[in-house]
Design a protein around this ligand. Structure first.
Ligand SMILES: Cc1ncc(COP(=O)(O)O)c(C=O)c1O
Length: 443
């Protein structure tokens, strides 16, 4: 019993930040391939279930190689790691160009900078996203316009975008949230018809596919993050993918002062370069990435098949053409009325007691203090006018998203790397909780 409790409390700590690997695997993927086997030769610590990131001597060697080479940044003569990573990630995602950056945020800032998005421009974003999507827009003093969420997929509701367009709309910036995809076909078609560029925020979604095609190039480009919690990580890191050579050059030049591509300058730029150390670690992580993704695919499908049989638990549906999720998050809706009124916080607490850590996910971004502050920001008031900023606050209403933020529950990508028995235990704990819910409500 004690061992079991220890193991559970360990899993809890591991939950939303990392992946649990070393207990074995689901059928078809060997533990070794998924990066779960212990490596006697390595000086790495033994990875308990839930540990993330996973690394071994491959990462050690990559870091030492860069260290000893003395070429620590991509601008050093003969530096090759960032280029190598760009080529590997770009070709895996079937994009002809990749520009690596220091983070997902700087990938977004670079893409928006390359398009010269700025004051007076409106940018369409979802409210169900990490605040970085919003920040990338306001860092350019453009106006983020929220389009409500589809309650079934948790993604931006593509059908509602057109009504939010104005003559000032200069960019569509949908997000592939949780690693699953939004209806990127419909959004790309709308962008084409209305001549508005599309940048996909794919920060959570490397390897995700729409109708068999990796995301990131449905519009002019896509942005990715390799931050510490991400499925492919170097602690921090990012990338822009595109099939447009001119846009790739603009991004390259924007992200490096005095950029070498000689693209037509907007007079703007920054240093958002990825380091050779980051690229070395990413290349090492890449060696396990596919096997880990396959394991997540299998476990997510299995978990859904179990959870779908529980009244009140509704896994986020994949949008119609989304035939591969990157599974950064496993998201579902929790209906407390099917659990004797047990509220979500207490449901999460009860899961946590069983060593199953879960999160309530994003709060309402569109009405958060951070977002509302823009309406009083002196630059915004000067640029857009007080009245327009008040109207903007009114435009920010997203009722579907409001309800979703009350009902959502997430498991981190780490849960999808646990052995099958742990996936089964998760569903049976929820089933058991449903039976005990009335009693829990009364205590
Ligand atoms: C949807 C989304 N966009 C942007 C970002 C920003 O990426 P980073 O943290 O690498 O700057 C993140 C990171 O979590 C994200 O989830």
């Amino acid at each position: 019993m004690k061992t079991s409790l220890n193991r559970r409390s360990f899993l809890e700590r591991a939950a939303l930040t990392g992946a649990a690997l070393s207990w074995g695997t689901s059928p078809g993927v060997s533990a070794e391939k998924a990066g779960t086997a212990s490596t006697a030769a390595s000086s790495r610590p033994a990875f308990p279930p839930g540990a993330w990131p996973i690394w071994d001597e491959t990462e050690e060697r990559a870091l030492m190689d860069v260290l000893h080479s003395g070429k620590w940044g991509r601008t050093a003569s003969g530096a090759a790691k960032v280029r190598e990573f760009e080529s590997a990630f770009g070709s895996r995602m079937k994009a002809t160009h990749c520009v690596a950056t220091s983070s997902g945020t700087t990938a977004l800032l670079t893409a928006l900078g390359a398009l010269n998005i700025g004051p007076g421009d409106e940018v369409i974003i979802p409210p169900y996203t990490f605040v970085a999507t919003f920040n990338a827009v306001t860092a350019s003093y453009a106006l983020p316009i929220f389009v409500d969420t589809d309650a079934n997929t948790f993604q931006i509701d593509a059908k509602k975008i057109e009504a939010a367009l104005t003559p000032a709309t200069r960019l569509l910036l949908p997000v592939h949230i949780g690693g699953s995809t939004c209806d990127v076909d419909a959004i790309a078609a709308l962008g084409k018809t209305r001549n508005i560029p599309l940048i996909e925020d794919g920060c959570q979604a490397p390897l995700a596919e729409w109708k068999g095609r990796p995301i990131g190039t449905f519009g002019i480009g896509g942005c990715f993050s390799f931050q510490a919690s991400k499925n492919l990580t170097a602690g921090e890191g990012g990338a822009i993918l595109t099939n447009d050579a001119a846009f790739a050059d603009l991004c390259y030049d924007f992200h490096t002062p005095g950029g070498a591509k000689k693209s037509p300058s907007s007079g703007r730029g920054a240093n958002y370069r990825m380091t050779e150390f980051q690229a070395g670690v990413l290349l090492a992580q890449f060696t396990r990435f596919e096997a880990q993704a396959k394991l997540r695919d299998e476990n997510a499908a299995y978990l859904s098949s179990l959870l779908e049989t529980i009244p009140g638990i509704t896994p986020a549906r994949l949008a119609h053409g989304n035939n591969r999720s990157g599974w950064h998050l496993y998201m579902f809706r929790y209906d407390k009325t099917k659990f004797a009124g047990l509220d979500r916080a207490r449901f999460l607490q009860a899961l946590s007691k069983e060593g199953i850590s879960a999160s309530s996910g994003y709060a309402r971004l569109n009405t958060s203090a951070h977002v509302q502050a823009i309406a009083q920001n002196r630059h915004y008031v000067r640029l857009y006018g007080e009245k327009a900023m008040k109207t903007w606050l009114d435009r920010n209403q997203c009722p579907v998203n409001d309800s979703l933020t009350e009902e959502a529950v997430w498991f981190g990508q780490n849960r999808l790397l646990l052995p099958k028995s742990e996936i089964e235990r998760c569903a049976s704990v929820i089933r058991d909780l449903q039976k005990r819910a009335g009693e829990l409500v009364r205590t």
